[in-house]
Write a protein that binds this ligand. Sequence first.
Ligand code: UGA
Length: 391
Amino acid sequence: MAEKVEALRRGEVPIHEPGLAELVQRNAERLHFTLEMREVLEPARLLFCCVDTPPTVSGDADLSHVHSVVDDLGDSTEHALVMKSTVPVGTGRAVSRRRAAIGYAANPEFLKEGNAVDDFMRPDRVVIGVDESANSVLGDRVEALYRPLEAEFVRTDVASAEMIKLASNAFLATKISFINEIANVSEEVGADVAEVARGMGLDDRIGPQFLRPGIGYGGSCFPKDVSALKQLAGNSGYHFQLLTSVIEVNEMQKRRTIGKLQRHLGSLVGREIALLGLAFKPDTDDVREATSLVLAGRLQGEGARVRAYDPVAGPAARDALGEARVCDSALEALDGADAAVLVTEWPEFAELDWEGEVRRRMATPLVVDGRNFLDAGRLRAAGFSYEGVGR
Ligand code: UGA
């Protein structure tokens, strides 16, 4: 952590997030990075809590970082905690019980990795939850901070604000699992899921977003938040049946690629499989809950040899990849490969010379496109066997 703070002081942002470094540099004079709580408490009155809440073994959210922030706050009557971290419903109430003197507002974030700066500047909505017992002036103060963004404000109670966050992520994950199942059925009955999603998405009530089928959702948010909401429901005595299926469909989806490879190659023992992309989505180096890691593990379990390439996430993934080889370029990964599996839709993969260099280098011209990202017609015309998702 100390190293990260040092890097930030130098104006370097130690994560891959488009536009963030420029933002930090532009505002360098107004930003102060420190590991000392008292240096924060002295000048500031609104304290935004943005620590992570990773999943525990049980699927509940691990709140230890939130608790340590709360412990460090003391009992000031002058400060208010604004919770941006994603927390289970009930956290605000529990914090307020422990630190009655401190004001509390729930202010969940809806930023997508890789697009976080833009999402922050142009939010669909800003949700602010304060409890009636607390001073509603606190809600006004938080709202005033966001007013320049001209966003739609949702003012509500703390528990509802907490639920809006979890329900939004769970709903988006549900949309993805739904379209993935439609894709799987489409493969059986000869429909093209891209056409189906387009036709569905034009209905305003459905909307076109998050209807891209693929090899399962990953990242530090959806898997964690869907489980957290399911556990939260379970802990309160309600079995959230739909989310149980959403999770199961996602797990199955990650593994379907293996079957597709086996259909073409038979046994995978000794086969060389190239994974194109490791990050859970493009424009980030994040490999938390990335499908690439599950795939690499399953492929190695089947006896295949895995080589992988990602333009930025190689170092982050290396430890979790076991025996797999992390390559310095897509061509190195594809050299002599029996199949290429496109895991992350980085633009550079579409720009490869598939007809020429790639075709010459691969031992077997087989492409499993986990994101329907490549031009199927072009690849087939170049002699590749091409398998997409749901088409
Ligand atoms: C997600 C939400 O989109 C944000 O609103 C939220 O703030 C964030 O979680 C969070 O809770 O912090 P993020 O995880 O960064 O954002 O990324 P998404 O763009 O939502 O993608 C998540 C996963 O779903 C990726 O693996 C992506 O490939 C997959 N996905 C997304 C699909 O498979 N199909 C789609 O149509 C869309």
